[in-house]
Write a protein that binds this ligand. Structure first.
Ligand code: FES
Ligand code: FES
Length: 172
């Protein structure tokens, strides 16, 4: 069968078998290997991508079901050579070791911060509760997401400072 969907802003059409999972479509048909495949049980969450703006485990979605939908993968987080603050946070706070869980963690984190820019630790832990990291103990992942939230809040606050205040503050 033929399937057409938008992936990271570009329309793609491929011939596929009806039983093909979205995770394999992304990795094997489109070469988007940033999305990882870690289990056969829908437990690990390393395969999380967005479908129509919502995080989904791409191993639980048939590629055929994604027909006509918009898919966003970890490859789309960086824009114009600029890392997403979530990516920066994982770098700053050592949110990864082997990195296998990281793409899914970052896609979930990005979705969380888009709907809740200032999440508590509890909310962050709940958001990533469907994902497994066997390396970090989760503390640095939580800190990475908090770092991204703080960074985005600071950037937004700086953008709101009127020019006159910036000018006055820079004269001493
Ligand atoms: S590959 Fe493990 S939940 Fe999808
Ligand atoms: S960093 Fe290794 S599984 Fe999370």
């Amino acid at each position: 069968m033929q399937v057409t969907m938008k992936v990271n802003g570009e329309e793609v059409t491929r011939e596929i078998e009806g039983r093909l999972l979205l995770v394999h479509f992304l990795r094997d048909h489109l070469g988007l290997t940033g999305t990882h495949w870690g289990c056969d049980t829908s437990n690990c969450g390393t395969c999380v991508v967005w479908m129509d703006g919502e995080p989904v485990k791409s191993c639980t979605v048939l590629a055929a079901m994604a027909g006509g939908r918009e898919i966003r993968t970890v490859e789309d987080l960086e824009q114009n050579g600029q890392l997403d603050p979530v990516q920066q946070g994982f770098m700053e706070c050592h949110g990864l070791q082997c990195g296998f869980c990281t793409p899914g963690m970052m896609m979930t984190a990005r979705a969380l911060l888009d709907r809740d820019p200032n999440p508590t630790e509890h909310v962050i832990r709940e958001a990533i509760s469907g994902q497994i990291c066997r390396c970090t103990g989760y503390a640095t992942i939580v800190r990475s997401i908090q770092w991204a939230a703080d960074n985005e809040a600071a950037t937004a606050a700086a953008a709101e400072v009127p020019d006159a205040v910036v000018t006055a503050g820079s004269v001493s």
